[in-house]
Design a protein around this ligand. Structure first.
Ligand SMILES: O=C1O[C@H](COP(=O)(O)O)[C@@H](O)[C@H](O)[C@H]1O
Length: 248
């Protein structure tokens, strides 16, 4: 058994004033399809009331199956702009980039019609890339899909990175970060990341996690409340609850 505090179970009747809702799935398949259906529902709702929807996606090892399931959703993908929550300072054709992951796993099937905005582009400096991202971010996101490392990082906001305080306080939606010294950033210390102020504009926020270690990390983050130690806590700030989807 896990120690308290336990994440609350999802109650559809509960008001939207809670900071997060915990969705616990029994299997990989139910996690995959539930996440895809929930994200598609947000896109569908937004497409019914404005000309274009905007989807912000994370990279990492976790979300690929959800992206493949989401790509099959029957939506008018030609009206969906897909962008990234964060990116390593790598060009989009690099297999270690988050852009590559999104192209491989989301921009296919029905979602091949979506418009994709990579965060990096040949010939553009990292500062210029962040400036372009900030210009695009003027259009509020329909949904932001977050991941979390076992160290509590989300997007490219890593605990103990020298730039963390500045990034957390930034009024820009995206910042250039130097995550040197943060083991979770591995060899990609130069990155572009969404900030809390960029994330808070998203109409809905999802956190996709799997495994006992990440569940425990999320519980520790909630118990601590220290965003410097647990940057994933930025997901709790917004007008709607963070939808946390977990499976063992
Ligand atoms: O470096 C990154 O890691 C996080 C978490 O990734 P995971 O492999 O633990 O699922 C990811 O959300 C972020 O987009 C990525 O740049």
């Amino acid at each position: 058994m896990l120690d308290a505090p336990s994440p609350v179970p999802h109650d559809p009747a509960e008001p939207d004033t809670v900071p997060y809702r915990w969705h616990e799935h029994r299997s990989f398949d139910t996690w995959t399809w539930s996440c895809a259906v929930a994200i598609a529902a947000e896109l569908r709702r937004d497409l019914s009331r404005r000309p274009r929807a905007r989807l912000l996606l994370s990279g990492g090892t976790t979300p690929a199956p959800v992206y493949r399931a989401l790509a099959r959703a029957p939506l008018d993908w030609s009206r969906v702009d897909v962008a990234l929550v964060d990116e390593r300072w790598l060009q989009p054709q690099d297999p270690d980039s988050n852009a590559w992951l999104v192209r491989q796993h989301l921009l296919r099937d029905n979602a091949a019609a979506a418009r994709f905005e990579a965060l990096t582009r040949p010939g553009r400096s990292i500062q210029e890339s962040a400036a372009f991202a900030n210009a695009h971010a003027l259009q509020p996101a329909t949904a932001a899909v977050l991941g979390m490392g076992e160290d509590g990082h989300t997007a490219s906001l890593f605990p103990d990175m020298p730039d963390l305080q500045r990034s957390l306080a930034s009024r820009h939606a995206y910042v250039v970060v130097d995550a040197s010294g943060s083991p979770g950033a591995r060899q990609w210390s130069k990155r572009i990341s969404l900030t809390p102020s960029g994330l808070a504009q998203a109409q809905s926020r999802f956190l996709l996690i799997q495994g006992k270690a990440k569940r425990e990390a999320f519980q520790q983050a909630l118990a601590s409340g220290d965003v410097q130690r647990w940057p994933v806590l930025i997901g709790l700030d917004g007008a709607t609850p963070l939808e946390v989807h977990w499976y063992p």
